[in-house]
Design a protein around this ligand. Structure first.
Ligand SMILES: [Zn+2]
Length: 400
């Protein structure tokens, strides 16, 4: 057993992706228009490739053949699958508003869709697997996102400040947030036009002249209209989310966790994302994809949320970010030139070099890894990292 293996991830070329960040990060030549996500993991739809002495092998197949590489704790909790998926994202245009189910909701939804005979690749399929998908992210740039409902008093203020939304404030005063949100998501085009067009018309000039503050929801409505080429006669109910959800700005190194049911949308920037190995996304607008309003309203968490920002990792030590779940933990490993760090894995671990260059040694193996290059480290492996050029790596594994 080698203990460590070079690992090549998979790119996703979704239309919301940028065209520079990921090719630069991975040091590859551009052949596509959009580079949205780089995946490292063993998700069946895009497993990473492991380089072994006998050639390339998908991490999925490797783990099936060598389940002990996952580690005892991981196998006890999650069976013979890698429980997490690590991604780098380049969000050039807003992603859909989305939320993810609890484990229980996913099990029920997956079974129901199977029983109803909806094929896994049917665009109307919501549950692709029976797993939950908690996710956390660390910003690699100044990053903007929507995250959960803001507090009722703030929503009321936001609505009252806009004449075309003032009637909604009156309505919300006597309604639960859940009922209020449901009515908005089910609103007809005419109604959306009455709410949104006066704002769009009033703010168009200020938007074009860069005079709108980025904390102002009007900015994001106009930005999204342009970025997603949404026409005035096909307004998306998801645009109303900007007036109800927290608009969150993360600085480089800060992060946030998305618990089950919390609505969120990445708006702009680059990040590292670590999540449970699942593809279960329930969408709430701003997407050409299937929006299942019934499922959305069933599982959305309409509680008022104060965003909890994860603080940046310290720059002089290996640090594991706190996570409230058992499925994954992300660690940050800064290294200086000509310094060594020794550690031991308890569970199957993915190491990705974010900046600089290092060597990774374990047993009789030695890999040289630079920015964008990754390795899979088997469970129970003593390893040494030696800095060749100052930088840092992230490690995906399980919480200890
Ligand atoms: Zn998500």
């Amino acid at each position: 057993m080698a203990g460590i293996y070079p690992l090549n991830g998979s790119l996703q070329y979704y239309a919301w992706g940028g065209n520079q960040y990921l090719p630069d990060f991975l040091h590859i030549t551009k052949t596509q228009a959009h580079y949205a996500e780089y995946w490292l993991g063993a998700h069946p739809s895009a497993p990473s490739q492991l380089i072994t002495a006998d050639g390339e092998l998908s991490l999925l197949d490797f783990l099936q053949q060598n389940p002990t590489a996952l580690g005892t704790q991981s196998r006890q909790l999650f069976g013979d699958n890698l429980p997490y998926l690590l991604k780098i994202l380049d969000v050039a245009n807003p992603l859909s508003i989305q939320l993810h189910p609890t484990k229980k909701q996913a099990e029920i939804g997956f079974a129901q869709e199977n029983a109803a005979g909806i094929a896994l690749n049917d665009p109307k399929r919501t549950y692709k697997d029976d797993n939950h998908k908690p996710e956390m992210m660390i910003a690699l740039s100044n990053f903007w996102l929507l995250h959960g409902f803001k507090c009722r008093a703030d929503i009321l203020d936001t609505l009252r400040q806009r004449p075309s939304l003032a009637e909604l404030a009156t309505k919300l005063a006597s309604q639960s947030l859940a009922d209020f949100y449901a009515d908005i998501m089910l609103a007809k085009q005419e109604q959306l036009a009455q709410w949104l067009l006066p704002i769009i018309d009033a703010q168009q000039k200020a938007y074009e002249q860069n005079q709108l503050a980025m904390q102002n929801p009007d900015y994001w409505v106009l930005y999204t209209l342009h970025a997603m080429k949404i026409s005035r006669d096909k307004l998306d109910a998801g645009l109303m989310s900007f007036y109800m959800f927290n608009i969150v700005n993360l600085q480089v190194g800060e992060g946030i966790f998305q618990a089950a049911g919390v609505p969120h949308a990445y708006l702009r920037g680059q990040n590292i994302e670590l999540m449970a190995c699942s593809d279960n996304v329930i969408r709430g607008g701003l997407t050409p994809k299937h929006v299942d309003i019934e499922q959305l309203l069933k599982i959305i968490d309409c509680s008022e949320i104060v965003p909890q920002i994860i603080a940046p990792a310290p720059q002089n030590q290996v640090y594991t970010y706190p996570t409230p779940i058992a499925d994954f933990a992300l660690s940050n490993m800064p290294y200086a030139k000509n310094t060594e760090i020794s550690d031991r894995t308890l569970n199957g671990t993915i190491l990705l070099v974010m900046a600089g260059e290092m060597t990774l040694e374990a047993r009789q193996q030695k890999l040289t890894l630079k920015q964008g290059q990754a390795a899979f480290i088997e469970a129970d492996t003593d390893y040494r990292v030696y800095g060749m050029q100052e930088g840092y790596a992230v490690l995906a594994g399980l919480p200890i």
